[in-house]
Design a protein around this ligand. Structure first.
Ligand code: HEC
Length: 122
């Protein structure tokens, strides 16, 4: 009887120091890392709002199609799938593309994650 109590006590002492680490891990898993960014619901609206106004009809070096710009971006090599920091589009937008309304930090984060996740047409 006493031995069960002792075993429980020992187990408790063993698990307790680990709790903060476990909680931290859980928090990290449920945060942004597990979120897949969708082109159609997260990225295209940014392009429609902040880019298509110029990037259409020859006012800028390349056109983006409102509502479906994925192919436009991919054929122009502005995006290196899996590597946001190596993608001219991300670097330009992050660095402050002249005359463009700045993206919110959430929009920038979504753009980066979408490219890092493979720039899929999802
Ligand atoms: C106010 C008009 C305007 C807006 C809005 C705009 N652009 Fe541009 N963009 C230009 C012009 C003009 C150029 C060419 C000169 C330059 O490179 O800055 C350009 C160049 C670029 C280039 C480089 C093209 C190349 O061949 O080197 C990329 C990438 C780009 N824009 C992406 C975007 C994205 C993404 C957005 C939206 C977040 C955006 N632009 C919004 C006018 C605009």
């Amino acid at each position: 009887m006493g031995s069960i109590g002792t075993a429980l006590h020992a187990a408790h002492r063993c698990v307790r120091p680990l709790l903060p680490a476990v909680l931290l891990l859980l928090a990290a898993c449920t945060a942004d890392t597990g979120r897949e960014i969708s082109f159609s619901t997260a990225i295209q609206p940014i392009l429609d709002e902040k880019c298509v106004g110029c990037h259409f009809g020859g006012r800028a070096p390349f056109d983006m199609t409102r509502g479906d710009a994925h192919q436009d971006l991919m054929k122009g090599r502005y995006i290196v799938p899996g590597k946001a920091e190596a993608s001219p589009l991300y670097v330009k937008v992050k660095g402050g593309h002249a005359a463009v309304a700045p993206l919110t930090s959430q929009q920038l984060k979504d753009l980066k994650m979408w490219i890092d996740q493979g720039a899929k047409r999802n």
